[in-house]
Structure formats: structure tokens, C-alpha cells
Design a binder for this molecule. Sequence first.
Ligand code: SF4
Length: 435
Amino acid sequence: MCYAIPGKVVTIDKKIATVEYFGEAKQAINEFDDLKVGDYIYAQGGYVIKQIPEAEALSILATWKETFFQLHELDLRLSRMDLDKTGIDKKLAVILDKAAEDLPLKEADLLHLLNLEGDKELEYLFKIANFLRQKHLGNSCCVHGIIEFSNYCSQGCAYCGISTHNKGIKRYRMTKQEIIDTAYEAIEKYGFKALVLQSGEDPHYSVDDLADIIREIKNRSAVLIFISFGEVGLAGLKKLYGAGARGLLMRFETTNPELFAKLHPGRTIKTRLAHLEEAFKLGYLIITGGLVGLPGQTKEDILKDILLTKKMNTEMYTFGPFLPHPNTPLKDAPPPPVRDVLKTLAVARIADAKNAKIVVTTGFETLHPKAREEGLVAGANSVMLNVTPAKYSQNYTIYPDRAHSGESLQEQIDETLGILRGLGRAPTDLGVTNA
Ligand code: SF4
């Protein structure tokens, strides 16, 4: 439901198209042989995904123009740095002044931010993060859709409610046709321009099956597809890219190798990171990140997770809270405080101010009913809506009492648009880097 404002192609240099949006030039990768200067296109995540007739583009732009500038004004007002530094620790003031001026921060500075606890200090941190988000990336907010098509999983991740640990769960698999039809409806009826296809590691679907599904969705509609099927191997990644997938959502969860091994029996952080690196080399956009508040995790670990996410040229950061599920080995471990998740989002923004798309996860919304409103003014600029048919999504219980469970897609869209409008955010992904 990213409305992806149409842009006009002003130059094409090999595979890079420069596209103009309301006077701003951005760049996107072009895979259309017949794209010409002067054409209008939709872009998502840095890819041209669709050419659109000029008359249609001009009519959409005319409708959007006023709203776009009104939202922009509101966002500018809300992200102003009206800071009251009274009582703020001098060290913190120096660090945040540097951040606001885009000066590089040391790891020790970022760690200092992750360790803040006072309300006033945290308010200051979140304001700077929001200011930087606005300064570098404007008011655009990605709204991707996610289809969770199978809750079968062969893995025993210690925190996960659809892992092999959970014997009480009702398992489901959507058929190929159901997945394709769900994607079609999300794109054509609800306007989504980017979709994540997600499942547990379910051997029922071969890589060829998954490739067929992707190909069929792309044949029917213009959309940016992210895959999230777990570790599919290099050959699998190649085949799925060939079928038309252009993004990979795969969290590494924690960079702490001992913690990773303890939580993921039979798996290593090395292999997980190798998947992400190979995917990036193949051309995938990467969505990755970690869990916040895992038992035994330190603030130093979280900082390493943020820095690694940055190093991996990540398209979108996903950091959500650990939430204990009663049918898993970690059932008695407590979730983290809300402020730890907000601090992680804010420090991620400060560490990668100019590039990061940062999502407010459904996990965070489950932990905290105001997660979207607060996350979006603490550095985040993306949300994901669940477009899985309700009869299935209620059983994708990676943690209990998932936010939005039982809500229709239209209800989710209306609620999201209301929040975004109130914050002056445009539900668009210009999807392109500044030219
Ligand atoms: S985290 Fe992913 S791989 Fe691990 S058990 Fe859950 S769905 Fe399976």
C-alpha cells in the first residue's frame, strides 16, 4: 500500500534511471528494455517496477501534490529540534550535537546512548533521531505487505512459537494458487507495491515451487518481491532471484556467536551471515536485524547488531523485541522494556542516518500498543501490514497475542493511514536513492 508516487524519467545511464519527483531527482535500477526519457514510472526499494501511461501519472500527481506538501509541512514541524537542554548531562549533549551535525560518532558514544535511562535524556535522543530521519529521508514511509503462507518449520529456534518446540499449534499451508491470489488482491485491490512472502523453513515447498509462485505473481502484477523462507542456500537464492525476487528478509537475530548457537540448534551465525552476503552480491535488497532483549544479551551485543546491519548495506533495518512464547524453551524469560526497543531504533537511525529504512515491527506493536506512533518519531520510517488471509494469520503465532491479529486488511490500512497522516508521513516509498 505504498502509493509509490509516479516519477518522470529524466535520464537513463545504462541500468540507472534518474527520476524526478516533485522537483527532487532520485535514482533507481531499471530492468525494462523499452524505458525512455520522459516516461513515467513507479519505483520501489530502488527498482523501477512499472511503467505507467503519462495521462494516468499526471492525474495521480495532481491528486497527490497538495497532500504531499501538506504532509511534508506537518512532518517538518513535528521533527523540529525544540530542545530544552536544561539538566541534560554534558557528555550526552556533546554526543547528540555531533549526531545532529552528521559528525561521526564513536562506538563508545553509541553505547552511551543505548545505556541512557532518564526520561529527559531519552526524549532528547528520540528527538535527534527523528530530526535526522526527516533531514535525510523526508517524510516518506514504506508500507510493505507480508504474506505468511506456511507456519510449518523444521527448525527449533528457542524463542519462536512456530518452531518444532510448539506441539500445540494448528499448522497450515496455503496452496500455490492461494498465495498467488492473495498477492494479486493485495497489489491490485489494496495498492501494495512491495510484498514479503514468508514462511517457516518448510520443505513442503521446493525452491522450484517457490520460484513458480514468484514468477506467476510477477507475471500478473508489478510488484517488488522480498522472500523470507529461511536459509535456502546459494543455489536457491540464485534461482529465486532469476524468478523475479529482488529482496531478502532474513534476520541474523544476534551477532553474539555463543548466543546465536544456543538459540538456533544446528545453525551458525557464520552461515546466516554468508547467506545475507551472497544475497547482497546477487543483487537482493536486504532486510535484516536482530532481536532486542534476548536472555543473556548485552547492550554491547545490540550495538554490534546495529553496526553489522549497517555494514551489510541493509535496505531496511528490522529490530523487534524478544517476546516469550509459552510453548518454547524461553517461556519464562521476560521481554525487554519498551524503552530498550525505542533506543535501538533511535541508535540505528543515528548510526546510519542518511540511508536506513527502519521498520516498526509487529513484535514491537505487540509489546507496546503505541509502538508505531512512538517508533516513527524515534527514527523509524517503515511499517509492514499483514495481508495473509485472517483464517491463516491467526495461527502464525511466532509470539503470543500478536498485534492486529483478527483485524481485516482494510482495518489495518485505515489505522495505519490515520497514524501516518497525524505524523505528516506519506505512505510512499520513493524507493530510490538521492541523485
Ligand atoms: S525463527 Fe524462523 S527458522 Fe526459526 S523456528 Fe521460527 S520460523 Fe523457523
